[in-house]
Design a binder for this molecule. Structure first.
Ligand code: FES
Ligand SMILES: [Fe+2]
Length: 366
């Protein structure tokens, strides 16, 4: 068996490829909105928030506002959230729109399947229009594990399976069809979204930044790897470690195995969705870009219907994700403006995932 030291001798040191301006330049940010988020699959929600015909929710995918709507036949469809009259956003937030989506600006109405079905004052003001050519623009929608993904390209559906890759095999044996959203917290951060993602896949910081908060896991015994676009990790609770484990502060999800209860998985769904499974709940913490130097951590917890995230679990989560990782990323954001800022040697194994992430990113950005 190869030891970590043998591998370190033979492996090449990974290279940090992004320049400092990738973390603050508005032009970089605009390119990412169009060429990365606009050309890949984006997590936008969960089926549990969109069950009845007419239930809808909105999201911003790169530069594209989208709306996802439950159809009368039970399927999901997604559209650009743009009225075909003057381009106004037709739906806000989430809710149930009844039989149609109605634009509040001049009253045009679109059926749940996107067809234009009513134009006020049509006879006098719009006698010549071809309503059949003025339906909402489609986007692609796919679901895995209850999570809803959107690709702005209406012809992208066939690419979903390849994009998903072997992600499902690395997410543990959870009752995906039965879990629902049980809590949501949004945390604004003053850092570029990529710093938070790089922090998530940086194995080296676990021993230091989280020396107390994650000491119950044996980081040296863990497995982690980049596979296709995504990244996977799994580590187990230390033997005999009894305090502050997920199970000690919250009920497990029914049906999750004993092994899985001792395993913390912390994956990355490329490009911006860390996802953790810990036996007691499934958690996504999507890093939503809100500007060149800001982002929002959208933390969503999933569990059995009716489950409650205990106060201890919530506090522990915010300590790690906001007070430790978030603060570190905000400090990195400040440092990166220094005229003398430069990235030194990366750890041969434990920071390699960052180089893999850059390589994946650059396939979109050229
Ligand atoms: S922009 Fe929607 S009806 Fe005019
Ligand atoms: Fe961390």
């Amino acid at each position: 068996m190869t030891s970590l030291l043998d591998r370190a001798d033979s492996a090449e040191r990974p290279v940090y490829r992004l320049p400092p301006e990738a973390y603050y330049d508005p032009a970089w940010y605009e390119r990412e909105r169009r060429e990365l988020f606009g050309r890949t699959w984006n997590l936008v929600g969960h089926v549990s928030e969109c069950m009845q015909p007419g239930d809808y929710f909105t999201a911003l995918v790169g530069t594209e506002p989208v709306v996802v709507v439950r159809q009368n036949d039970g399927t999901l469809r997604g559209f650009l959230n743009l009225c075909r009259h003057r381009g106004m956003v037709i739906a806000c937030g989430s809710g149930n729109c009844g039989e149609s989506l109605r634009c509040g600006y001049h009253g045009w109405e679109f059926a749940l399947d996107g067809a234009l079905e009513r134009v006020p004052q049509r006879k006098t003001q719009f006698p010549d229009i071809d309503a059949g050519a003025l339906g909402l623009f489609d986007v692609s929608v796919q679901v895995w594990g209850g999570f809803i993904f959107v690709h702005p390209d209406p012809a992208a559906e066939a690419t979903f399976t390849a994009w998903l890759g072997d992600l499902p095999e690395h997410c543990g044996d959870y009752p995906w069809d039965d879990i629902v959203e049980i809590a949501r917290t949004r945390v604004p951060l003053r850092c570029n979204w990529k710093l938070y993602i790089e922090n998530h896949i940086d194995w080296l910081h676990l021993w230091y930044l989280h020396q107390d908060s994650l000491k119950m896991y044996e980081h040296h015994e863990a497995s982690y790897a980049t596979s296709g676009r995504h990244w996977y990790s799994a580590e187990v609770l230390r033997v005999g470690e009894g305090s502050q484990t997920p199970r000690s502060v919250m009920q497990p999800i029914p049906g999750v195995s004993e092994d899985e209860l001792r395993t913390l998985r912390a994956n990355l769904m490329f490009p911006n969705v860390p996802m953790a499974t810990m036996g007691t709940m499934v958690q996504t913490y999507q890093v939503v870009p809100t500007g060149p130097e800001t982002c929002e951590l959208d933390i969503r917890n999933y569990g059995a219907p009716g489950a409650v995230v205990s106060e201890e679990m919530r506090a522990q989560g915010l300590l790690i994700l906001r007070d430790e990782d978030g603060v570190a990323c905000e400090q990195m954001q400040m440092a990166i403006h220094s005229a003398r800022f430069e990235v030194g040697p990366l750890a041969i194994e434990h920071e390699r995932p960052i180089a893999d992430f850059h390589a994946n990113l650059l396939t979109y950005l050229g």
